[in-house]
Design a protein around this ligand. Structure first.
Ligand code: BG6
Length: 489
């Protein structure tokens, strides 16, 4: 008998900006990521801008723009998100493939700027609303439930650039309008929602990027406060329009171990987790800031701009489930004489017990079991792993096959680890591996870093047919789902 329950939500995950394409079609407005070029494992992605005198330029992602510069698309630059992998035109083919694989849950995001192109319109863009109605109808035909992220790193550019983005409290109200619009519009089509993708990621930046400015970190606390309030309001509204709605927070899974048993490393690891993971999770699950928040605010010299109603909103909008991304584990240490390694928004001492991927991320299935137990002990809420997978280079053979035993091995061990966590008593209800159909990498902008069970013919220079090919892992996952996690060979 499989340890996975019969109604376990086997699925796959994507996000609009990395998957959809059609960046200037159907009335869609621009997002910051439309101005992001591609990078590589060695060089960070850039963003392009224009100065007031019209001169174009570029600078590394996350770096401050020059005075007066505005993000913009400039001639001669390649922007991988513009076409991404063309789901906008190939949704029927992709959804048929998902149906063939047998998945039950499809994680996708609604591009906010398809519905409200600048974010400040008072009426939604009908063409955008219709697009997602079509997608949801096609999913339903295949017996697949959508799991919809409201904001996956794609706040409309106008809000980011002209209104000050999430640091400005006005953005809470604009998001509220967007969330209410789509939650009402799709109330009969969508039961599962996530509010903000990897909401804790801004607080992971200092440990990820050396010399991350303290002022930026201070503003990140305000960004998160505003997003917590916006998220809580969306959770409350979701239940008003649909009683059985399940709304989750989505955390970047910072599974970290102390590098040594030096007590200084133990505390360092605890504090790192409080700041970069639990601060967000605790607030969204419990509806109030945790006890250690005050100390964090003091340490970063943070004065939050709040209103009394914010705290009522937080208390009234506790999430129904906790979801997270998990690719690898990291270590924390106070020791400096160590070899270092980085992962998804994380960095620390290299773990000598683990293998590392082609992009230098550790491979640690046991960490997933550990992390599931850690979150369930703390929150006692249903959990979903909504991103997991191995970014690797694949080779498309002449006969259209793709042999990816490395991916199958990675997935098999992570599914086994989830089985162990279920046997440990964790209430794990779903699993949506990342980039189930190849899509553009968020950190590097590459196509070469592939996660999918379906190969997409597209390269890092924008060449390719966008044709889809089933990888060996496609058939492996199909079998795993059909046997409800029993047959993993
Ligand atoms: C998460 C994001 O950070 O990790 C995804 O939610 C992203 O958007 C994924 O694609 C994998 O990271 P990358 O950089 O390999 O694409």
């Amino acid at each position: 008998m499989s340890v996975f329950p019969k109604d376990f939500l086997w699925g796959g995950a994507t996000a609009a900006n990395q998957y959809e394409g059609g960046w200037n079609e159907g009335g869609r407005g621009m997002t910051e990521s439309d101005c992001s070029s591609s990078g590589s494992i060695k060089s960070l992605r850039s963003v392009t801008y224009r100065l007031p005198d019209g001169t174009a330029g570029s600078c590394p992602m996350f770096a401050p723009l020059p005075e007066g510069a505005k993000l913009d698309v400039v001639e001669g630059e390649y922007y991988p998100y513009h076409d991404a992998v063309d789901f906008y035109h190939r949704h029927s083919e992709d959804i048929a493939l998902l149906g063939e694989m047998g998945i039950k849950l499809f994680r996708m995001s609604i591009a906010w700027s398809r519905i409200f192109p600048t974010g400040v319109e008072t009426e939604p863009n009908q063409e955008g609303l219709d697009f997602y109605h079509t997608v949801f109808a096609e999913l339903r035909e295949q017996g697949i439930e959508p799991l919809v992220t409201l904001c996956h790193y794609d706040t409309p550019l106008y809000i980011e650039q002209e209104l000050g983005g999430w640091e400005n409290r006005e953005t809470i109200g604009l998001f509220d309008r967007f969330a209410r619009c789509v939650m009402s519009e799709y109330k009969d089509e969508v039961r599962y929602w996530l509010t903000f993708n990897e909401i804790n990621s801004p607080l992971m930046m200092p440990s990820f990027l050396p010399n991350y400015p303290a002022a930026k970190m201070r503003s990140n606390f305000q960004v998160l406060h505003n997003q917590f309030v916006a998220s809580a309001r969306a959770v409350k509204f979701a239940h008003e329009v649909r009683e059985d709605a399940m709304v989750g927070c989505m955390l970047a899974g910072r599974c970290s171990y102390p590098f040594t048993c030096d007590p200084a490393d133990i505390i360092n690891n605890l504090q790192g987790k409080q700041e970069a993971l639990f601060y967000a999770g605790d607030t969204m699950v419990r509806g109030a800031y945790p006890s250690y928040a005050r100390r964090l605010w003091q340490a970063w010299d943070v004065e939050l701009n709040t209103e009394p109603s914010d705290f009522e909103d937080l208390a009234a909008g506790c999430v129904d489930m906790v979801t997270f991304s998990y690719y690898s584990s990291s270590t924390s240490t106070t020791h400096t004489d160590v070899e270092r390694a980085s992962g998804n928004f994380s960095s620390g001492a290299k773990n000598p017990y683990l293998q590392y991927s082609q992009w230098g991320w550790s491979i640690d299935p046991t960490g997933l079991r550990y992390f599931l137990n850690e979150l369930y002990d703390r929150y006692q809420k249903p959990l979903m792993v909504v991103e997991n997978g191995l970014g690797a280079k694949d080779v498309l053979e002449e006969d259209g096959s793709v042999h990816d035993p490395y991916r199958i091995e990675y997935m098999r061990e992570h599914v086994r680890a989830m089985g162990e966590a279920l046997a440990d008593g964790v209430d794990l209800i779903g699993y949506t591996p990342w980039g189930i159909i190849d899509l553009v990498s968020a950190s590097t902008g590459q196509m070469a870093k592939r996660y999918g069970f379906v190969y997409v013919d597209r390269d890092d220079e924008g060449n390719g047919t966008f044709d889809r090919y089933r990888k060996d892992s496609f058939f492996w996952y199909q079998k795993a789902i059909a046997s409800c996690g029993e047959d993993l060979d």
